[in-house]
Design a protein around this ligand. Structure first.
Ligand SMILES: NC(=O)C1=CN([C@@H]2O[C@H](COP(=O)(O)OP(=O)(O)OC[C@H]3O[C@@H](n4cnc5c(N)ncnc54)[C@H](OP(=O)(O)O)[C@@H]3O)[C@@H](O)[C@H]2O)C=CC1
Ligand SMILES: O=C(O)[C@@H]1CCC=N1
Length: 270
């Protein structure tokens, strides 16, 4: 069978994408090739998903007819671009989708001359189909390429299209955001334990509070400030907790975290 989808880098995000694309039947396992340096990881991916595996990134480019998906760390991008320089010819024209933080369309188009390129930023909830991905289109893309990217990322959650100037901000917010929310969930549970709850119950209460609040905000379309007002009884417990969060700079800490992560994304592209 023809190989349609090539993945370079079968790590956390590569596997998240791969698993959903196969589970949803968007690509058959035999239509997929994954390039991975570690043989143990290769074996794992081959056994779990029944896909073709290789250590040869060039083979991924020459075999995949529809999409080559780049999911390596930004720090190895220039080495990979050099390695592939002789392979990129006008005879091959897959859509290149990169999820590398900070790596710009200019850099991608310089590495893959004349090829259609899409820069994207998904996030880890993609693993359970609850991700959100921002995409921006390169100069050689067509409506067909946009449609392919929409289909690929819709398999793992929501998709938004943004201008490239916003991609670092997206990375600082939704790309890195799952880690901030995980940290907050852990801290909420720790607070519960400090207040006397058993660990298991504290974890369950913290997790369902985060999940339920997100669901309520999404389904009701309520502004977060309105929800906060609804929870705070005059002279009650919540306003006491919020006053402490404000004294500790909670909101400003989150704002600064997103800004610093966006700056780091910019630096990674240099
Ligand atoms: N994790 C996240 O939440 C998100 C990550 N991203 C972006 O996704 C990319 C991948 O991140 P993530 O999945 O977390 O990282 P991982 O380290 O889990 O995955 C990268 C994979 O690439 C492999 N690899 C390393 N060098 C090469 C090479 N020369 N050729 C082929 N494969 C190679 C690694 O193998 P080995 O382990 O053997 O080195 C590893 O399996 C990054 O660019 C990141 O910016 C984007 C959105 C969210
Ligand atoms: O931490 C990182 O660099 C990557 C990009 C977004 C999430 N993880």
């Amino acid at each position: 069978m023809t190989i349609k989808f090539g993945l370079i880098g079968g790590g956390v995000m590569g596997e998240a994408l791969l698993s959903r694309l196969i589970a949803r039947g968007i690509y058959q396992p035999s239509e997929v090739i994954v390039s991975e340096p570690l043989s143990a990881r290769q074996g794992f991916l081959q056994q779990k998903y029944d896909v073709n595996v290789t250590t040869d990134n060039g083979l991924v480019f020459t075999e995949a007819t529809e999409v080559v998906f780049l999911a390596v760390k930004p720090q190895v991008f220039s080495a990979i671009a050099q390695e592939l320089a002789d392979i990129i010819t006008i005879e091959i024209s897959p859509l290149v989708i990169s999820i590398l933080a900070g790596v710009s369309l200019n850099q991608l188009e310089a590495a893959f001359p004349q090829l259609p390129v899409i820069r994207a930023m998904p996030n880890t909830p993609a693993t359970v189909g609850a991700g959100i991905t921002a995409i921006c289109l390169g100069a050689y893309t067509s409506a067909k390429h946009q449609q392919i990217a929409q289909q690929v990322f819709s398999a793992v959650g929501e998709v938004v299209e943004v201008s490239e100037t916003l991609m670092d901000a997206v990375t600082g917010l939704s790309g890195s955001g799952p880690a901030y929310v995980a940290l907050m969930t852990e801290a909420l549970a720790d607070g519960g334990v400090a207040a006397g709850l058993p660990r298991g119950i504290a974890n369950q209460l913290a997790l369902q509070t985060v999940l339920g609040t997100a669901k309520l905000l999404q389904e009701s379309k309520m502004h977060p400030a309105e929800l906060k007002d609804r929870v705070t009884s005059p002279g009650g417990t919540t306003i006491a907790g919020i006053a402490q969060l404000e004294r500790s700079g909670f909101r400003s800490a989150l704002i600064e975290a997103v800004k610093v992560a966006a700056q780091r994304s910019q630096e990674l592209g240099k």
